[in-house]
Write a protein that binds this ligand. Structure first.
Ligand code: SAM
Length: 187
């Protein structure tokens, strides 16, 4: 079973930071891959750097045709489009969790400014995280957290170079290997 995220609707330079956040949120909250419809060197490098330092095998990929990708994905799983126009997550999350329990793959589509109308038709579920406009990062985070019931927050990455020790105060981190002074400086 895999959970992937497809990011549509990039708006050039001004979306670089939020697109990076979309990728990092996908990884941190349990998805195994992020797919973009364009090659953005900055977003790709930032994502890969996090994986290199913090572990796991999260993948960054670019699709030539998002529609083709979605249609192919539907042969091996379900597609969920996050949109403020959709059905409430509160009403639909149990049905979606059943798909997950049955071992089905899940592709989550999130937009930028405006997604193509076809997205609503191609998706098996159009899901809203409330019916107010907000952010793709917030919508994705809430959706993944509800899907995995908070469990991915405890995910351990044995191959990560850095591991945080949750503390009441201050910053505690250990290094999996010796001699990463450049990382210690950043913590
Ligand atoms: N008009 C857009 C819409 O259809 O949701 C809002 C654009 S918002 C800047 C960018 C993306 O954030 C949307 O494409 C959607 O994936 C996500 N998003 C924003 N608000 C949402 C909400 N209330 N529920 C689910 N997703 C939302």
């Amino acid at each position: 079973m895999v959970v992937e995220v497809l990011r549509l609707g990039h708006r050039g330079e001004r979306d670089k930071r939020i697109s990076t956040h979309v990728a990092l949120t996908s990884r941190a909250l349990g998805a195994s891959k992020i797919l973009f419809t364009w090659e953005d060197k900055h977003v790709k490098e930032s994502t890969n750097k996090i994986v290199e330092n913090w572990g796991g095998d999260f993948k960054f990929d670019v699709v030539e045709s998002w529609k083709k990708y979605v249609k192919e994905f539907k042969k091996r799983g379900i597609v969920i489009h996050l949109t403020m126009y959709g059905e409430s997550i509160n009403e639909r999350i149990n049905v979606i969790k059943e798909h997950l329990k049955n071992g089905e793959n899940i592709l989550i589509i999130i937009g930028g400014e405006k997604v193509p109308n076809e997205t609503y038709e191609l998706a098996d579920y159009n899901i809203s995280i409330g019916n107010q406009p907000h952010s793709e990062v917030a919508a994705l985070a809430i959706f993944l957290d509800r899907l995995f019931e908070g469990k991915t927050l405890y995910k351990d990455y044995p191959d990560g170079k850095i591991k945080i020790i949750p503390s009441k105060k201050g910053k505690k981190a250990i290094l999996n290997e010796q001699n990463y002074p450049q990382l210690i400086k950043k913590l």
